[in-house]
Design a binder for this molecule. Structure first.
Ligand code: NAD
Length: 557
């Protein structure tokens, strides 16, 4: 076949249906999920193999992609394919219960772990930035983040606004792959969201997929519309085509204080993911290309100003938090010593969930048939009838979430719940109630899979924020347990040098072997998170650990 150097929608179309193109369903699942990641309906920039999150890619380049596809089609059921930063490097003999693919992305020896060295390697074609689910082939479009974002804003509503965001204004920025979930998450909680985005095509994409309601180019008109909606108690999300620093400055000038303030530009990657104030997108792209040093100076200047205004609005009363893009860390690097005066969202809202082993469990229907997801939705509701917020989420998701690529669903499930769901899904496949196997995975933002001191492990009770043994153990135990593919990444979410994290995907193909693996892996994977949080001293985690027989001292008694 001729080498294709660009995204080709025919060549890279995700196979659907019950016909195999590989030698087994696990290899087939890896193939379909890889191609799904770069499907234009799913990925932010398929022509560069960029899935989301700044430059988070699914494969190093098109040559590597073609080779991975070939390798997956050739791979036997007692072999494992090795991927080194997006490039396939070998097929080695293992056994039927071993992962079919092992992935390591963006790993650097700690003393070299910075963007500068990474960029040099990337330019030489030696490395790829895997982000989290981009390089580990389990991204499912913006839905993947919608529920997490929905849960965060719901937690804010419970903590500060009597359970609803009605009559409140949230201000934020970034309508990218992840950030695009913010407007919908706010309106699902009945609030008003004003969101700045510099790239027009991103705004149009979110309007099209119904994540965003309306779109303005004039900042004042957008603010007026937002204030009116807030006053009337309407639910509305408003995109503003501008730089976030301009929007925030305008709010300050008009003496308007948002109720809630955050940000999801890709500030973790100042060169690629953050647009400096006072430059148009076109100008910015030219400066980035011709003079990256200058670009970085301008981007960092804007980031410092951005965080300064966030701190000022926090002083004036906005509930302000870092939404996992390391914007505080970037401002701190350039001397803004009080950048960490507002909290990150994990210690503020998410950690209690992690202590119960809860995290963003997700699955996709390999058949490509949305009806299969409907069947799984019903099953989930019947498995956990007492869980009211789960019911609310599934019902809202069925109404409001447009599928992108392979139909998929996400919901946060905890210790005990995940293995229960996994086994029940395997039964659906075995009994033919769905048309093809189901793929089960999760984000790397999860209870036991990540060390990221400015995000998931910020302000741990015992100060173990930067201890990265946990994600390494997570990848090892999931490999030993027989996950279908396992990945270990560096730098996701917050940028190179700031995080180590692991991914896990497991296929329910309806076989007895799969049932045994599912029971093991979906117990161990969140279990390690419970153990990690109990070890750090969290009472909820200690209780969960005892309930689920994860406590080592009890075991050895
Ligand atoms: P993305 O790169 O796809 O999108 C970022 C968007 O921000 C782009 O559309 C860009 O045009 C816009 N932008 C950049 N600078 C801007 C500026 N100054 N003003 C207005 N708009 C600007 O990234 P993404 O996948 O949406 O992720 C965004 C960030 O959120 C990343 O740092 C990511 O690591 C982080 N993140 C957080 C979570 C979480 O759970 N909190 C999860 C995933 C990602």
């Amino acid at each position: 076949a001729t080498m294709v150097k660009n995204y080709d929608p025919v060549r890279y179309k995700t196979p659907t249906g019950s016909q195999l193109h590989c030698k087994g369903w696990i290899q087939e699942a890896a193939l379909r999920m890889l191609l799904n990641n770069i499907n234009p309906e799913v990925a932010e920039r398929p022509e560069e193999l960029i899935v989301y999150g700044g430059r988070g890619k699914a494969a190093r380049n098109f040559e590597a992609l073609d080779l991975i596809i070939k390798a997956l089609k050739d791979l036997n059921e007692d072999e494992t394919l090795l991927i080194q930063s997006g490039k396939p490097v070998g097929i080695l003999p293992t056994h039927k219960d071993a992962p079919r693919v092992l992935i390591s992305n963006s790993q650097l020896v700690p003393n070299w772990a910075n963007w500068q060295h990474f960029n040099e390697l990337e330019q030489k074609g030696l490395m790829m930035y895997g982000q989290m689910t981009a390089g580990s082939w389990i991204y499912i479009g913006s839905q993947g983040i919608v529920q997490g974002t929905y849960e965060t804003f719901a937690a804010i509503a419970r903590k500060h606004f009597n359970g609803t965001l009605k009559n409140t204004l949230s201000v934020t920025a970034g309508l990218g792959g992840m950030g695009g979930a913010q407007p919908l998450a706010v309106t699902m909680n009945e609030g008003v969201c004003l969101i700045a985005e510099v790239e027009e095509w991103r705004i149009l994409k979110r309007l099209e997929t119904k994540y965003l309601d309306v779109f303005y180019t004039d900042i004042d008109e957008a603010i007026d519309k937002a204030l009116l909606a807030k006053k009337q108690g309407d639910t509305l999300s408003i995109g503003v085509h501008c730089n976030i620093v301009d929007l925030l400055q305008r709010l300050i000038d008009r003496n308007i204080t948002p109720d809630i303030l955050t940000d999801q530009t890709s500030a973790h990657d100042p060169l690629i993911g953050y647009f400096p104030q006072h430059l148009s997108v076109e100008q910015a792209n030219i400066v980035r290309q011709d003079n990256p040093e200058k670009y970085l100076v301008l981007a960092y200047e804007s980031i410092v100003k951005h965080v300064q205004i966030m701190l000022e609005l926090q002083q004036r009363g906005s509930i302000t938090f870092d939404y996992g893009n390391n914007i505080r860390g970037r401002a701190f690097e350039k001397g803004l010593t009080n950048a960490f005066d507002f909290p990150g969202f994990v210690p503020a809202y998410i950690r209690p969930l992690f202590c119960e082993g809860k995290g963003p469990f997700r699955w996709a229907a390999l058949s490509g048939d949305p009806d299969d997801i409907r069947v799984t939705d019903e099953l989930i509701l019947s498995l956990f009838p007492e869980n009211e917020s789960l019911r609310r989420w599934i019902t809202l998701a069925q109404k409001k979430i447009a599928f992108q690529g392979l139909p998929a669903r996400i919901c946060w499930l905890g210790q005990g719940e995940r293995e229960k769901a996994g086994l029940a899904f395997n039964e659906l496949v075995r009994t033919g109630k769905v048309k093809a196997p189901l793929v089960i995975g999760r984000d790397h933002l999860d209870t036991g899979s990540v060390a990221s001191p400015n995000r998931e492990t910020e302000a741990m009770l015992d100060g173990s924020d930067a201890v990265a043994d946990w994600p390494v153990l997570n990848a090892l135990i999931n490999t030993a347990g027989g996950a279908s593919w396992v990945s270990l990444h560096h730098g996701g979410g917050v940028g190179v040098g700031y995080s180590i994290h692991a991914g896990m995907v497991i296929v329910a193909d309806g076989t007895e072997d799969a049932a045994i693996r599912l029971k093991r892996v979906l117990h161990n994977d969140p279990g390690l998170g419970v153990i990690r949080h109990a070890d750090a001293g969290y009472d909820i985690a200690k209780d969960t650990s005892r309930t689920h027989r994860l406590d080592l001292k009890e075991r050895l008694k």
